[in-house]
Ligand binder design. Structure first.
Ligand code: FES
Length: 76
């Protein structure tokens, strides 16, 4: 019997290991209005797990990158 692959695509890495939150879930939350760590936690539970929040720097980086992109678009 051939093993079936059910692994997550490399393009959708897990960002918060504690709560199993993938990058696509973070992006979806942001498309729906999440702008802060607290917003992301409210929607996905990312950033507040038993590790104490080791993923928070990455979450901040993702939020900051989205802010820069939005600023460039609004600047024209
Ligand atoms: S990895 Fe996100 S809270 Fe632990």
């Amino acid at each position: 019997m051939k093993a079936q692959r059910t692994a997550r695509p490399a393009a959708d890495p897990i960002i918060c290991c504690c709560n199993g939150v993938a990058l696509s879930q973070i992006h979806r939350a942001m498309r729906n209005g999440a702008r802060t760590l607290a917003d992301l936690f409210d929607v996905t539970f990312a950033g507040c797990g038993p590790c104490g929040g080791n993923c928070q720097p990455e979450l901040c980086r993702i939020l900051a990158t989205a802010d820069r992109v939005a600023s460039r678009r609004s600047a024209g």
